[in-house]
Design a protein around this ligand. Structure first.
Ligand SMILES: Cc1cc2nc3c(=O)[nH]c(=O)nc-3n(C[C@H](O)[C@H](O)[C@H](O)COP(=O)(O)OP(=O)(O)OC[C@H]3O[C@@H](n4cnc5c(N)ncnc54)[C@H](O)[C@@H]3O)c2cc1C
Length: 449
């Protein structure tokens, strides 16, 4: 068989116009121009990101990781200020009755940007376009991709493997597109993933479960007062609920709740009320709510001849920075396609291996960190030790270390592996034991009084 490779005039079909779709179009264009190829790139998506509410939304808390923000700027993708709803300067961690404030160590303010993926919550009105996904898609279009506003219903391999793949749109079963390369950037909230599994090349979509998200509108004066320009993270002592976050976005706050696998989504609202302090924003009326799927594993074999899956449909970081994973995987897959070939072997060697190293292996450390965090959240003594150590007024080495760990767990700025080894720092473990002893001795003294 002749080697499968992109040629001048090759057609690329990108399924999905979310971040992974737009980044794929951008990187494919960029690398193909550098390689001296002229590609025809079509992005298929039935969603209109300029609509508000569910019709335009890609179901996410909309926190743009600092690393991603800078990586985008390096590519010349500069998010305009009007698309950024808030610039936040840190997090407040609520664990039981304890509270811990975490801000950027170098004192820089506003490094965390928040956005709406669509054009705002249901019934909201903004004078200009604010959608993050629309901004990226427009960027991809301006860079030479064509956007076809139709979803894809089916993808088929041709009888002759040297021929292009066939795509069918939902609007018209007969309408068929052909492409030398298909990029699956369809995320996990779609039935198309099942169709791709049925194509029989070994693809298995990532494991997911349902989360809960609501958008709460508040007069803007109240939000800074209540949330202090920070993301609030609640770690409840619950076997069902993992965490709840409140993310300020201009006149709105996005509430995101993530439970443990298998949680009945109907239970979310009641659990959230219990977890988030009474009288807080969680009790306000939401303008829209949804149950998006969160990814908890990477896909199995997200590549075949002429086909590669990126973003959530391929490899995504455990519980963190999904949009940054879309950026990383789109870049890796585009590089593999342009410089190495379109056959499964090229994607295995030059896409899968790198994604495995950067994302999948690191996720194993992430899983352990989240597991230990669950244990700590449920044990009052452990919780207290952590909060007291981190809040130590003397800015000891251990206090700085534990704040570094928590900051990077929350922002996703450092790889999980690096955070994991920081946890096992000998000095930190010794401080942990000393603090535990202090607390136990204090309690004994109180009992003896
Ligand atoms: C509750 C929650 C909160 C999150 N918060 C954050 C956060 O704060 N920051 C962050 O970085 N990440 C966050 N994420 C993760 C983030 O949402 C995803 O990782 C990211 O959206 C993945 O991008 P994607 O392009 O791969 O998929 P998506 O964003 O899901 O985009 C897929 C696109 O494909 C389209 N599509 C689907 N099927 C078809 C079809 N058949 N034909 C054509 N088009 C199709 C869809 O319309 C959609 O536009 C969160 C996730 C959840 C569940």
């Amino acid at each position: 068989m002749t080697r499968l490779a992109l040629k001048n005039g090759s057609r690329v079909a990108i399924i999905g116009g979310g971040p992974a779709g737009s980044f794929s179009a951008y990187f494919l264009k960029k690398y193909s121009i550098a390689y001296g190829l002229d590609l025809q790139i079509n992005i298929f998506d039935g969603k209109d990101f300029l609509q508000n509410g569910p019709r335009g939304c890609n179901l996410c808390a909309g926190v743009i990781a600092e690393n991603l923000f800078h990586a985008l700027e390096r590519e010349g993708i500069v998010l305009p200020e009007e698309r950024i709803l808030s610039r936040l300067d840190g997090y407040v961690l609520h664990s039981g009755e304890d509270r811990l404030e975490l801000t950027e160590e170098n004192g820089s303010r506003g490094t965390i940007a928040t956005v709406f993926r669509g054009n705002g919550p249901r019934y909201s009105q903004f004078p200009d376009a604010i959608s993050f996904d629309d901004y990226l898609l427009t960027f991809a279009r301006d860079f030479g991709a064509e956007v076809i506003p139709q979803p894809i219903a089916d993808i088929r391999f041709p009888q002759d493997p040297s021929q292009p793949l066939q795509l069918y749109t939902r609007a018209d079963e007969e309408k068929m597109y052909e492409a030398e390369l298909v990029v699956g950037a369809f995320g996990v909230n779609t039935r198309l993933a099942e169709q791709v599994e049925k194509m029989g090349f070994g693809y298995q979509r990532p494991a997911t479960f349902l989360t809960y998200q609501t958008e709460i509108g508040l007069p803007s004066k109240r939000i800074p007062h209540k949330l202090e320009n920070r993301i609030h993270v609640y770690l409840p002592r619950s076997r069902l609920l993992r965490y709840v976050t409140l993310t300020p976005k201009g006149d709105f706050v996005t509430l995101t709740a993530v439970g443990h696998k298998g949680l009945d989504p109907k239970k979310y609202p009641a659990l959230v009320q219990k977890a988030v302090l009474a009288g807080s924003i969680a009790e306000e009326t939401a303008s829209c709510a949804c149950f998006p799927k969160i990814v908890t594993s990477t896909a199995v074999k997200p590549y075949s001849n002429r086909m590669v899956m990126v973003g959530d449909a391929g490899y995504s970081r455990y519980y963190k920075n999904g949009i940054e994973s879309a950026f990383i995987t789109s870049r890796l897959a585009a590089k593999a396609a342009v410089y190495h070939g379109l056959d499964a072997r090229s994607f295995a060697d030059f896409y899968h291996r790198s994604a495995l190293r950067i994302i999948s292996r690191d996720n194993e450390y992430g899983r352990l960190l989240f597991f230990s965090n669950d244990v700590i959240s449920r044990l009052p003594l452990f919780r207290k030790i952590h909060v007291q150590l981190a809040n130590a007024k003397n800015h000891s080495r251990s206090a700085r270390k534990i704040r570094w760990i928590l900051w990077n767990m929350l922002t996703g700025n450092a790889p999980y592996k690096k955070i994991f080894f920081a946890v096992f720092d000998l000095g930190l473990q010794v401080s942990f034991l000393i603090q535990a002893l202090k607390i136990v001795i204090d309690r004994i003294k109180k009992l003896l009084k």
